[in-house]
Design a protein around this ligand. Sequence first.
Ligand code: SF4
Length: 173
Amino acid sequence: MSRAGIPDPSHFPDPDPRFPFPHSPAPTRCQTEPATFDFSRGSGVSRDAREGQLARARRACSACPIVKDCLKWALVNKDLTKTGVFAATTPLQRTALRKRMADRLGPDWTDVLAERDRARRARVAAARHNPLTISQARIVRLDREINGPMPKTLTPAQRQRNMARLMAGLKAA
Ligand code: SF4
């Protein structure tokens, strides 16, 4: 499926193999509703209608499961994203974001991003190939048994209490 006037990015040959278009578990809204993302019609469209369309496209992107990687892909692939909305951004916003990336990471910011991605993948692969040792797994299991499931945030007092319980459990084990 393609957006009217804008080729579907997932069907592009990837110009930079370090940044493939992200995989989506389900069809994205720009694939199922390409008209919402088509800003190629210049004349005959009122400003209000265009702003409404932009707001709809942005709302769709903000609920998209691959928005973060879509933005990175759109920023890196400048020539393929000259028009239209990608990851809730307009072409002008993407130009500003690219400039900000260059200010923060240097002129070779795409190389920096690629290296970060490579390092992250290597860490994930290493974690997969280096499972927890028996004693690490024992500590994790014991922590769950004693302290229960981990809440999102812990107060310092909760942290201290959990640690004390865990140490006591380790001594007793
Ligand atoms: S973030 Fe928006 S443009 Fe990117 S894949 Fe999702 S719906 Fe499409």
